[in-house]
Design a protein around this ligand. Sequence first.
Ligand code: F0G
Length: 428
Amino acid sequence: MASYLQCMDCSATYPVDRLIYTCTSCGGLLDVTHAWDQSPTRELFDSRLGSLEAPYNSGVWRYKELVYPDVDPSLIVSRPEGNTNLYHTPRLAAWVGVRSLYLKHEGENPTGSFKDRGMTGGVTQARVLGMTRVACASTGNTSASLASYAAFADLEGIIFLQNKQIAVGKLAQGVAYGATCIRVDGDFDRNLALVREVSDKLNIYVLNSVNPFRLEGQKTVMIETLQQLRWRVPDWIVCPGGNLGNSSAFGKGLKELYDLGLIDRMPRLAIIQAEGASPLYHSYLSGFQDFQAQKAETIATAIKIGNPVNYKKAVRALRWTNGVVEQVSDQQIMDAKALIDRTGIGCEPASACSLAGARKLVERGIIQPDETVVGILTGHVLKDPDATIGYHSATLENITPAYPNPIHSAADDVASIARILTRQAEPV
Ligand code: F0G
């Protein structure tokens, strides 16, 4: 087989069809490693652009040779995902303080987040292994994605939801797609421990990002971005960090592209955390000498995670890319979100870390004004309507909206509506 599982710490290897998530000898995280005889070419991937044929119509499986070369195509579960837009955003570039800013909108995936790229990999592997039940703990997007892909593949989806903290759009998706939804009175970190324990006991396949097949799918965010940039490497990739699966996957994908000669240099990775959920950031400040889990708190509930399972892989990604870590406040997140929303693109709160973080890194002199930045938007604007409405109506605790768009009320007559519109037409 061209692919195998490999421990990132002790390098022990296992066949790809072994049902394990971590190394059985040292407990380390596993990678799916591919033994390529020769590199697939840019031309091969370019020739599949616009394909109507499954699985190459997917923005994950277009790169099948890099994702899971030997998988039987009849087992692939694809909706199809990926093929998301890369927006060039001059107005936001000016706000961030760089010459060139692109936003890659992963909220344009089938269930509205980047998780679909990982889920197609994970649910496909569930079928390879013959598993009939799949489960995850989630802050909301993974569960929405799992519920959809499990239903699509006719598997039972089981989702553990943290109490009260899940955004309503995400909760609705899990219920609608027919997953078995279990609300547990614990935070995400506790739920993840529970799902792993329960799944072990009941022979259920775990689809959190500890599952390395998820990360193989997610690394295609980077591959697709580079293909959209005609393989010209940007200076920076900026993304939010929670459980750190995405940033880990980005590091692996970029390293593989570089090692295969598909790109000629590495971009730098900037991982942005919310101030109240920033264990990686604090560890970064100590040169990764120290790691302290924390009790997480942030309005960006998607990344309200205090003990990220992929910490070690994220550190590895930062080393590979000469990367940095930054943190931003809830106020900065919500103001950046308002600006992204106002361009017409829109995103959920966690995604706005990319923009807020890029601006902060420019202010700190780490990103240079003449550099090219790609920010990753991870989730769709409709995921968390309460946060959006709360911001614009100034009802969020401890947040003073800098860019509010308050809703006007008018009496049921033309004059009263005209008064509002005339006032709006006046120069400010
Ligand atoms: N952005 C969004 C919208 C997310 O949903 C998540 C993670 C992240 C960023 C962070 O990505 O965990 O790979 O560092 N959401 C997970 C979930 C944890 O359960 O949906 P990460």
